[in-house]
Design a protein around this ligand. Structure first.
Ligand SMILES: Nc1ncnc2c1ncn2[C@@H]1O[C@H](COP(=O)(O)OP(=O)(O)OP(=O)(O)O)[C@@H](O)[C@H]1O
Length: 223
């Protein structure tokens, strides 16, 4: 569904990613790791068309990223749920309205029952009317997950989804992502947290990739 072939990228001054080959297959569960600044967020952005590669090929659902018009790219991105590292929300809108935003942006209203069910799934139905600044870190991360999946994407890309939460909350988030994966959604999680990767491996078949020396490699047996 997402395929990168011999992809390289940089931000102008120095090469960041070189010769990256990656396939995110339907239903797969992938981890992406590597040192801070290695390019994990950059690679995720390439995977959802937020950045265009310097060289190589990127296919999103069989279509060449470079050939997509703005509208076609927007349609394609609805098939990819993204949990951003910073979990930003519109502070003047309630949690419910923030989570519904991707849906509302398509010009449709979210059925109330569906929204309620989704908020209950992430354990935030009682916070539906809260404003984002009043939420805890873990609540924000779960709200970001709800927002990422509201369009029923075929793949979820999560950038450090457990970055600012305690171990118990990171387990809860991981459980939600595993549950989603068991229902058929492909998942790719960028994380520094090797403990999280090990915990996931005991519950689901995963593949761990690491960015090192600008290249993407299969992570070794130490995980
Ligand atoms: N828009 C940008 N313009 C210029 N440089 C950038 C830009 N975005 C990222 N970088 C640089 O590219 C490198 C990789 O950044 P990226 O965020 O992809 O790394 P990362 O592996 O996700 O890091 P972390 O684990 O700290 O989140 C960093 O040196 C960063 O400063």
């Amino acid at each position: 569904m997402i395929r990168l072939a011999n992809v390289s990228h940089d931000y102008g001054d120095r090469s960041l990613l070189t010769g990256v080959d990656l396939t995110i297959a339907p239903g797969a569960f992938n981890f992406l790791t590597g040192p801070s600044g290695a390019g994990k967020s950059t690679l995720l952005k390439l995977c959802y068309g937020d950045l265009t590669q310097r060289s190589g090929e990127i296919e999103l659902f069989g279509q060449d990223l470079r050939s997509l018009s703005r509208d076609a790219l927007a349609d394609t991105r609805r098939r990819i749920g993204v949990i951003h590292q910073d979990c930003e929300f519109l502070d003047h809108l309630t949690l419910r309205d923030n989570v519904a935003l991707p849906f509302v942006a398509t010009g449709r209203a979210v059925p109330d029952d569906d929204l309620h069910e989704l908020l209950a799934w992430v354990g935030l139905d009682h916070k539906a009317d809260a404003l984002p600044p009043t939420l805890s870190g873990g609540e924000r991360q779960r709200a970001a997950l709800a927002r990422a999946v509201i369009m029923s994407p075929e793949v979820v890309l999560a950038d450090e989804p457990t970055g600012n939460v305690d171990w118990e909350m990171s387990q809860r988030l991981l459980s939600l992502l595993i549950e989603l994966n068991r229902m058929g959604t492909a998942v790719m999680i960028a994380t520094h947290d090797l403990h999280l990767i090990r915990t996931a491996k005991s519950q689901v078949t995963t593949r761990t990739l690491r960015i090192a020396n600008q290249t993407l490699q299969a992570a070794g047996s130490e995980l």
